[in-house]
Write a protein that binds this ligand. Sequence first.
Ligand SMILES: [Zn+2]
Length: 60
Amino acid sequence: MRAVVQAGGLPECPRCAVRMTRRPIGGGSFGLGYHRQREWLLCPACRRSAIFDVRRGTRL
Ligand SMILES: [Zn+2]
């Protein structure tokens, strides 16, 4: 699942196999000089959420 995210894809929820939505975390769109490091994945079906730290790996 992590590899999918790092490849730029959208993973599926491990519970209900629904494609999760991705929301970037951080001020990337504001030009603060941060690379986008974290992504917030949210399952629209069961509302399971997971935060991926793209640089360091996932903490679950
Ligand atoms: Zn789900």
